[in-house]
Design a protein around this ligand. Structure first.
Ligand SMILES: Cc1ncc(COP(=O)(O)O)c(C=O)c1O
Length: 372
């Protein structure tokens, strides 16, 4: 028998008892006709929280981002500027080009998830007949690939002002917007105040089973609603899903800071081991995502470490690396590249799981350290 601590992603979270109860008892209707009272309640609530006019419930974060790009870049061949480390660019199959005829061009993300704003302004195109027309810019908050980084409000406000000067709408991929708000103790409406559109996921750290929302003004959401239908995202009695999302706002959002605290504890412990081959940046572990870096010069690779964390050896169960019931411990993690391991904390991880994960990670990291 083994005890599994799954730190691959916050998408592995499962609906809570309160969510399951709400799902069973939710009032539903046909949402394509706009008649699902629970979906309507969720859309109204989120729009109000973000101080925007309207919202649209969609099946996934990928679809929310795609619809946003397709609305802002409705003229085929328009350009959307995105970070080179953004989810939209790296992990959404180029859907904007595939389905929207949109040219994605990249601004280089800095380690904190931002990009150079002078560069952004310089790169805006459209006045020359040879060029595509820049029709939007996207940011990601928190920034997944940069390790759950919260975009600084001063930087965001500067971006909002500069983009407005050029009439370029800003889309925020806020899959983890509530993590950003919890980390900097800000209201969501403040963080998104200059954004024309925002996407938020309920199926990540918020623990709901399915669903994202796209938020913006009425005109934007009207167009988004048409595109959702075209993309096959028109759901019918979707109130069973929206019910879980509504519970998430009351039950899970207020507790996100515990995930951040646990990420800090894990980061601090790894740092205190003072290992040459595994480093963490404590100050830059801001939310629920922790990146462990392996120096380029090290012969150790992240995939091997992730593989080893998922195995239990005899030396562990015969020694001290086990649960009180003598079970071996598996820690599931992912690697971003050959030198970066990602651990993600979420509400499925209690303090006891954290301590078991720390025990196992310490054991495995020391084993690798001794082997080189
Ligand atoms: C920042 C960010 N945006 C968008 C998505 C896409 O969400 P989904 O998996 O619901 O399509 C993810 C998924 O992990 C993400 O991390």
């Amino acid at each position: 028998m083994t005890h599994i601590v799954d730190l691959r992603s916050d998408t592995v979270t499962k609906p809570t008892d309160a969510m399951r109860h709400a799902m069973v008892n939710s009032a539903v209707g046909d949402d394509v006709y706009g008649e699902d009272p629970t979906v309507n309640a969720l859309e109204r609530k989120i729009a109000a929280m973000l101080d925007k006019q309207a919202a649209l419930f969609v099946p996934s974060g990928t679809m929310a981002n795609l619809i946003a790009v397709m609305v802002h870049c409705s003229q085929r061949g328009s350009e959307a500027m995105v970070g080179n480390m953004s989810h939209i660019f790296k992990y959404e199959q180029g859907g904007a080009a595939h389905l929207g005829g949109v040219l994605l061009t990249t601004l280089e993300n800095k380690p904190d998830g931002t990009f150079d704003l002078d560069e952004f302004e310089k790169r805006i195109r459209g006045s020359d007949i040879h060029e595509p027309v820049t029709a939007m810019v996207a940011v990601e908050n928190t920034h997944n690939y940069c390790g759950g980084k919260v975009l600084p409000q001063s930087w965001l406000d500067d971006l909002y002002a500069r983009a407005a000067k050029h009439s370029i709408p800003v889309h925020m991929d806020g899959a983890r917007l509530f993590n950003a708000c919890a980390a900097q103790r800000s209201e969501p409406a403040t963080v998104v105040r200059g954004a024309a559109s925002v996407s938020i996921c309920f199926s990540k750290g918020l623990s709901a089973p399915v669903g994202s929302v796209l938020v913006g003004d009425c005109h934007f959401i009207q167009k988004a609603r048409r595109l959702r239908k075209m993309l096959g995202g028109g759901m019918r009695q979707a109130g069973v899903l929206a019910a879980a999302a509504l519970v998430a706002l009351d039950e899970v959002v207020p507790n996100l800071e515990h995930d951040h605290r646990r990420a800090q504890v894990l980061a601090t412990t790894i740092k205190s081991l003072c290992l040459k081959n595994f480093t963490v940046d404590l100050q830059n572990t801001q939310t629920n995502i922790l990146l462990v870096r392996i120096p380029e010069s090290s012969p150790i690779t992240a995939d091997k470490v992730v593989q080893r964390l998922a195995q239990v050896c005899l030396s562990e169960t015969q020694g001290d690396c086990k649960t009180a019931d003598d079970e071996g411990v598996i820690v599931k993690a992912i690697y971003f590249n050959s030198k970066t391991i990602r651990f993600t904390l979420h509400c499925g991880i209690e303090d006891e799981d954290l301590w078991l994960a720390i025990m196992k990670i310490t054991f495995v990291f020391k084993e690798f350290e001794a082997s080189v």
